[in-house]
Design a binder for this molecule. Structure first.
Ligand code: HQG
Length: 196
């Protein structure tokens, strides 16, 4: 007996179509605004009416109420609506100045990953890859969930305050995700491969 895939998720209250819309918003607002004929403005902001028109033009028409519901329903608060504008809080690959003030980070931040990346992280440190920043979490549970997107999670500790003292910039996205440019290997602990 399989659950109806269109059933509302009992835990999050989200529906499958909401997840698809949220993912498409991420694609547009973080990576490919051109996919719906828009550009990211300063701070990564986009006028809501232009986004809605772009979505309609791409065959994904939604009204403002549904957009607001999807933005409000995402527990990770990936998107922000501020008056008549909307943006992704973090996760961009498009170069964007999020207009966040550099902050003093907690002493330790955490990064969730998987064992197969450890040899490369040991050699190169944490690199942003296709995104603009390395993403770090303030708590272990969040980092574990980030790593679990790819398999059995491995949580690494980052000497954030040491990096900060050495002049590295840390930003805190509006949804609480910490962002920095790159983490050198000597600032990362927990790099040994866990026994399988
Ligand atoms: C790994 C999600 C090899 C890194 C999450 C990660 C987060 C390396 C992957 C946000 C490496 C990049 C970001 C190196 C790092 N060699 N692999 N030197 N340095 N890596 O998706 O942090 O659901 O770009 O460990 O919750 O996984 O989309 O970064 O596994 O907040 O809102 O390279 O995305 O949020 O993957 O996730 P990603 P991430 P959303």
């Amino acid at each position: 007996m399989f659950a109806d895939p269109r059933a509302r998720c009992a835990v999050t209250g989200t529906e499958p179509d909401d997840v698809a819309l949220s993912k498409f918003l991420g694609y547009v607002l973080r990576h490919h605004p051109d996919a719906v004929g828009i550009e990211l403005g300063p701070g990564g902001w986009v006028p809501v009416d232009r986004l809605l028109a772009g979505l309609a033009g791409a065959g994904r028409a939604v009204d403002r109420a549904r957009l607001e519901a999807v933005v409000a329903g995402g527990e990770k608060r990936r998107y922000e609506i501020d008056g008549d504008r909307i943006r992704a809080a973090q996760g961009h690959s498009r170069p964007v100045d999020l207009q966040l003030e550099p902050q003093r980070p907690p002493d330790v931040l955490y990064h969730g990953t998987v064992a197969r990346f450890l040899p490369s992280i040991r050699e190169h440190g944490l690199r942003p890859g296709r995104r603009t920043h390395v993403h770090l979490s303030a708590d272990v549970a969040t980092a574990r969930a980030v790593g679990a997107r790819r398999g059995e999670p491995v949580v690494l500790r980052v000497d954030a305050i040491g990096m900060h003292a050495a002049g590295e910039v840390f930003l805190r996205a509006t949804n609480g995700v910490w962002l920095t440019g790159r983490v050198p290997p000597e600032r990362v602990s927990g790099l040994s491969v866990p026994p399988s």
